[in-house]
Design a protein. Structure first.
Ligand code: NDP
Length: 399
C-alpha cells in the first residue's frame, strides 16, 4: 500500500521499524534513516528478512533530507528523531510533497520552550501543497488525544475536566536514566509546570504541585503536575474543557538525583567553555547517561497512561477513565524495547497506517484529536496497546 521513511534510530525509531515491518500488507517498503547509520543497520539486522533499507541523514539539513526523499520517494515521513528536527523535516516534506507525522512538538535548541505555534504556522503551505501533517502521534501526545476524541464522540455532550495521568512504575535497575531522550526529557520536567483553567494558563514552579494518584494494577504513586504539549491542542480543539492538567509519576530517588544535577548546573542549556571548547552541560550529561534504547533488558514493572474526564451527558454528570497498561518485560520479549519507547512507537506506526490506508485523510496540519478516533482505537487493541475503560465511576485523580 505504501512506502514509509522513518527518521531517527533511537528507542522509539526501533519500535516503529519493528512494528511497520510486521505489517507488510500496509508498509510495503520501509527505510530507516538517522544521523548514525550503524544504529539503523543494527535495527534492520535484528528485524531481518531484508525488510528495512537504511541510510545516513542529518535531519537538520533540509537539502540532505530532500535528496533522500527524492531517492526513496516515500508516501509518508515518520519523524522520530528529536523535536529540534520538526521544522526542517516539515520543510523537506513541503518541498517534495510528502506527508509528515511526528510524536513531539518543535522546541528551539537554545530555549526549553515548546508550543505548537511554529508547526501550526505551516498550515496554509501544507494545504496549498495538498499534503497532510499529523502532529503528536506517540502516546502522550498521541493516544491521549485519541482517547479524548473517543470520549467526546461516544460518551459526552460536553467535556469539562480533563486529567491526563502518566505513570511509569517500572524499574530498569540503573542508578539514573531517562526513558526517552535525556536532553528532551530533562528540559521538559525542569521547566515550570502549567495547567489550563477557565480560559487561562496557570503557571507553577517546577514540580510544585503533586499528590498520590492510584493507577490500575499498580496502586498509588506520587504524581507531579507538568506542562505537556497536548494540553494546548486539546483545549483548542475541545473548547468546552474548563480545566486540563497533566500528571506524571517520578520516584523519590529520581527526583533526588535530578535535584543534585540541577543544583550543580549539569542540567543547564547555557553553553560553557571547557578546556577551550564550548559545551552545553545538559548535552554532556546526555552523553554519560544510558541511551533509552538500551534500557529494555531486565526492565521490570509496567506503565499506565490514561485520560480521566468529567463532564455532562444527557443533562447528567458523567465520568470516564480510559487507559492502557504496558509491561516492560513483555515488550522487551516482543521487540527488544522498553515500554516507554513501545508506547510511543506503536501509535506512530498506527498513525502511519491510518494515513496510508486513507482512514485519516485531508490536507493541512492536524493534531491527532482532529481525526476519527474509532479506527485508531481498534488498531491499538490489535497491535499491542489494548485499552480499558470505566464509565461513571469515581475518578482516581479526584480521590
Ligand atoms: P533517542 O535519543 O533514543 O533517539 C533519537 C534518535 O534521533 C537517535 O537515533 C538520533 O541519532 C536521531 N537524531 C538526532 N538528531 C538527528 C539529526 N539531526 N538527524 C538525524 N537523526 C537525528 O530518543 P527516543 O527514541 O527516546 O525519542 C525519539 C522522539 O520521540 C523524541 O522526539 C521524543 O521527544 C519523542 N517521544 C515522544 C513520546 C510521546 O509519547 N509522544 C514519548 C517518548 C518520546 P544519534 O543516535 O546519532 O544521536
Amino acid at each position: 500500500m505504501g512506502r514509509v521513511l522513518i527518521i531517527g534510530a533511537g528507542g522509539v525509531g526501533a519500535v516503529v521499524a519493528h512494528k511497520c515491518a510486521s505489517v507488510p500488507e500496509v508498509f510495503e517498503e520501509i527505510m530507516l534513516a538517522s544521523r548514525t547509520k550503524s544504529k539503523c543497520d543494527k535495527i534492520a539486522q535484528r528485524i531481518g528478512g531484508n525488510r528495512i533499507k537504511t541510510a545516513q541523514v542529518d535531519a537538520d539539513n533540509v537539502e540532505q533530507t530532500v535528496d533522500l526523499i527524492n531517492q526513496f520517494k516515500p508516501d509518508l515521513l515518520i519523524n522520530v528523531a528529536l523535536p529540534y528536527q520538526d521544522l526542517t523535516l516539515m520543510e523537506a516534506c513541503l518541498r517534495t510533497k510528502t506527508n509528515y507525522l511526528d510524536t513531539a512538538n518543535y522546541e528551539p535548541r537554545d530555549e526549553a520552550h515548546f508550543e505548537y505555534s511554529w508547526q501550526w504556522a505551516f498550515q496554509k503551505r501544507f494545504q496549498d501543497a495538498g499534503i497532510l501533517a499529523v502532529l503528536g502521534c506517540g502516546f502522550d501526545p498521541g493516544v491521549s488525544g485519541v482517547y479524548t476524541a473517543y470520549a467526546n464522540k461516544h460518551y459526552f455532550d460536553q467535556m469539562h475536566y480533563l486529567d491526563i495521568v502518566d505513570c511509569n512504575a517500572g524499574d530498569h535497575g540503573k542508578a539514573f536514566a531517562t526513558n526517552f531522550n535525556p536532553e528532551i526529557n530533562i528540559r521538559e520536567i525542569t521547566q515550570n509546570g502549567r495547567y489550563y483553567q477557565d480560559g487561562k494558563w496557570i503557571s507553577t514552579e517546577p514540580m510544585e504541585i503533586h499528590k498520590p494518584i492510584s493507577y490500575p494494577n499498580i496502586g498509588e504513586r506520587e504524581s507531579y503536575l507538568l506542562y505537556h504539549e497536548e494540553l494546548e491542542s486539546l483545549t483548542k480543539n475541545f473548547p468546552t474543557i474548563k480545566r486540563a492538567r497533566f500528571w506524571m509519576t517520578f520516584g523519590q530517588k529520581y527526583i533526588t538525583v535530578l535535584n543534585v544535577l540541577q543544583e550543580v548546573g549539569m542540567t543547564s542549556i547555557q553553553p560553557i567553555v571547557y578546556e577551550g571548547k564550548e559545551i552545553v552541560p545538559l548535552q554532556f550529561l546526555k552523553a554519560v547517561l544510558p541511551e533509552p534504547a538500551s534500557l529494555g533488558e531486565g526492565y521490570k514493572g509496567e506503565t499506565s497512561i490514561g485520560c480521566q474526564i468529567r463532564g455532562i451527558k444527557d443533562g447528567k454528570d458523567r465520568t470516564y477513565y480510559v487507559w492502557n497498561n504496558c509491561n516492560h518485560a513483555e515488550v522487551y520479549k516482543e521487540c527488544g524495547a522498553q515500554a516507554v519507547s513501545y508506547t510511543t512507537g506503536v501509535p506512530a506506526m498506527i498513525g502511519a497506517m491510518m494515513v496510508l490506508t486513507g482512514k485519516w485523510g485531508g490536507i493541512g496540519v492536524k493534531n491527532v484529536e482532529e481525526f476519527d478516533p474509532d479506527p485508531f482505537m481498534e488498531k491499538l487493541n490489535q497491535y499491542g496497546l489494548p485499552w480499558n475503560e470505566q464509565i461513571d465511576q469515581p475518578l482516581p485523580v479526584e480521590q
